[in-house]
Design a binder for this molecule. Structure first.
Ligand code: SF4
Length: 315
């Protein structure tokens, strides 16, 4: 048995241990990168924002595609073919939206219907082109929502869930995929944004360290699920697109350095939070989507976007 085969066996045998230390997720890291004070409000003070249609839609699409991929890679091709993805999407959207949006008046029937129809287009495209993204022959599904728990320094555990992990036995290559639902896809600017792409680079590194899988045997790819596409008939309509960020050793090293900076600037060596080191970083870009941008009790730099109040620079 080769080293890679052994790694695959240990991945499959892995069960998620109970994290006893403080855990951090990738979304915590990206939030801290935007504004350390916003990270504190959410993860230390416990202020949670309301859900929204994009979050609900993203979760419902993830659940549907992941469930269908389990059938697709399973024993029954007939079951996978017969599975009604539209129906599952509708059910998941309604269940998730009921308490969080519908009963709070945070969405409308029209908005839900628009997102549902967009989701159906994504699912139809995924089904029609599945072999482009997820070839079947020789591939084995390791899992969906695969837990990833990695102990780090400062008594911190990294906690993530990988959307899809697939293994090609003869090529001895592991594929890590992350789905991203998006309005119109990722622009070049977004593809160069380390705050987005570092996620899969970190997953690759942690997977390699946890299971002894050589870095060269792990490939990563974002599968971008676009709600809207160009209606120009000259373009081929694509609701699904892949993006493989650079993930050679230099890129991995830089991603690790950025993530380590988050750990050292946010936590003391005993894992407690460095409260006096979590400063607001106000800017139009950073504050635009902040749930506290209209609440001066939580952030002195909060801006009322509706009335166009300007952000005051931190002293
Ligand atoms: S309003 Fe701006 S500065 Fe204040 S917490 Fe939000 S992102 Fe940070």
């Amino acid at each position: 048995m080769t080293k890679v085969d052994e790694a695959i066996e240990s991945i499959q045998a892995e069960t998620a241990p109970d994290p006893v230390s403080r855990s951090v997720s990738y979304s915590q890291y990206t939030l801290w990168s935007t504004c350390p004070h916003q990270w504190k409000l959410k993860y230390v003070d416990g202020f949670r924002e309301e859900s929204n249609i994009n979050l609900i839609f993203g979760t419902a699409v993830h659940d549907t595609v992941q469930h269908w991929l389990k059938l697709y890679y399973g024993d029954s091709a007939i079951q996978a073919k017969a599975f009604d993805m539209h129906e599952m999407l509708k059910e998941r959207m309604l269940v998730l939206a009921k308490d969080k949006l519908i009963e709070k008046g945070l969405t409308t029937k029209e908005e839900l219907m628009e997102y549902y129809l967009d989701g159906c287009n994504i699912l139809d495209h995924m089904r029609a082109q599945v072999k482009t993204w997820f070839p079947h022959a020789g591939y084995q599904l390791i899992g969906v929502e695969v837990p990833l728990l990695k102990e780090l320094s400062n008594n911190i555990t990294f906690k993530g869930f990988i959307d899809v992990v697939v293994y090609h036995k003869s090529a001895k290559t592991l594929y890590i995929y992350d789905f991203k639902t998006s309005g119109r896809g990722w622009s070049d600017y977004q593809k160069k944004d380390a705050a987005k792409t570092d996620q899969l680079l970190l997953y690759k590194m942690f997977y390699s360290e946890l299971f002894g899988m050589p870095l060269d045997s792990i490939k990563i790819e974002f599968i971008i699920l676009k709600r809207k596409v160009s209606q120009n008939p000259e373009y081929v309509v694509k609701h699904v697109a892949g993006f493989e960020p650079a993930h050679g050793k230099p890129s991995l090293k830089k991603a690790r350095e950025r993530f380590d900076k988050f750990l050292t600037e946010t936590f003391n060596v005993d894992g407690t939070v460095r409260l006096n080191n979590l400063h607001p970083t106000p800017s139009d870009k950073n504050c635009k989507f902040c749930p506290f941008n209209n609440d001066a009790t939580k952030c002195q730099f909060s801006v009322n976007l509706k009335s166009g109040r300007k952000i005051t620079k931190a002293k």
